[in-house]
Design a protein around this ligand. Structure first.
Ligand SMILES: [Zn+2]
Length: 93
């Protein structure tokens, strides 16, 4: 019965080692999947959330009221969002 406990412990250690090895190999391929400390992270991939599942923030054009992703927004000095440069210009005058 005592051996069974040690067998389970040994098995857990082996599984843990294999997992650590696998995650190390995967980490070299796709660094952005796991935020490893010390790894240089490109800031552009963090601000653009469209690729990693999170829905992009939608904003409304202050001129025509259309909804569109914030990455395409033309932001006025006052902080208002516009769907195009033309609508920003129309609103400012
Ligand atoms: Zn508009």
């Amino acid at each position: 019965m005592k051996y069974l406990i040690w067998l389970v412990v040994l098995l857990a250690v082996v599984v843990w080692f294999q997992r650590a090895k696998k995650s190390m190999l995967a980490g070299s391929d796709s660094a952005d999947a796991k935020a490893e400390p010390g790894m240089p992270q490109p800031k552009s991939s963090r601000s653009r959330r469209s690729s990693d599942g999170g829905a992009e923030t939608m904003v409304q054009c202050a001129h025509c009221g259309i909804h569109f992703p914030v990455s395409e927004a033309v932001v006025h000095a006052s902080g208002a969002h516009y769907c195009s440069e033309e609508h920003r210009r129309l609103a400012s005058f």
